[in-house]
Design a protein around this ligand. Sequence first.
Ligand code: NAD
Length: 255
Amino acid sequence: MLLEGKKALIMGLANNRSIAWGIASSLKAHGARLAFNYVGDAIKKRVEPLSAELGGEFTFQCDVTDDAQIANAAALVKEHWGGLDILVHSLAFANREDLVGRFIDTSREGFRLALDISAYSLTGLCRAFEPLFTENASVISMTYLGSTRIIPGYNVMGVAKAALEASVRYLAYDLGPKGVRVNAISAGPIKTLAASAVSSLKDIFTHVEANSPLRRNVSTMDVGGTAVFLASELSRGVTGATIYVDSGFNQIGAA
Ligand code: NAD
């Protein structure tokens, strides 16, 4: 199996519709060992049974806005596993009011919050886990086309994803000498809890189905397949990249 015995920390599982669920299931199917975080008690109730379903070895609270919780996450991984082969960053947040209407109306606080949780957290986590990354470890983050194109309604999250993708490149440069690779998957729209906050999602979903080269939307398992590739030795020469798993929609110039 491609990932036999590899230790994978999945950050961002909320329920069985989460992209993190598709990724975790796929990594597991290829032999990876799993652990999960949850942001707070409400999500904990959902994450614990899902972790059990996939044979997850431990779960813990980690709200990425809190440096102490990030440090605690690294300490727990060290205690349980000694090292980390795969870090999956599949989390983001913006205030609902910042995902409707005009981007120009984004408040300073809404901007700060979205960028902190959705972009800075990857850097904070990579720094905390740097001493634990094994040789050839792989970091995978989740992004969206709204980083480089205007997707009406995606607004401040598009700015956060642009920062995230730039962070992926700089982190790839910093961690590259140790053999650690850092990449992003740019997924097409998928109906998840986080996506439900994006006011224009329904229209985007229909548009992708009608106009993408594959004429369909992607599933979390489609994303999971690419995550397995990025986590495995098969992608050993790939870092700092954003790989599109979106039925080819990003290549379309005219509908
Ligand atoms: P989801 O709601 O299932 O997952 C989002 C996760 O972020 C949740 O588990 C939530 O608890 C976590 N989170 C929010 N604030 C947090 C915090 N402060 N600390 C720790 N965790 C926090 O939704 P999803 O669509 O699976 O989102 C996963 C990732 O995929 C996100 O980065 C999202 O932007 C990205 N993405 C989603 C789509 C889509 O259409 N669903 C497309 C491309 C990229």
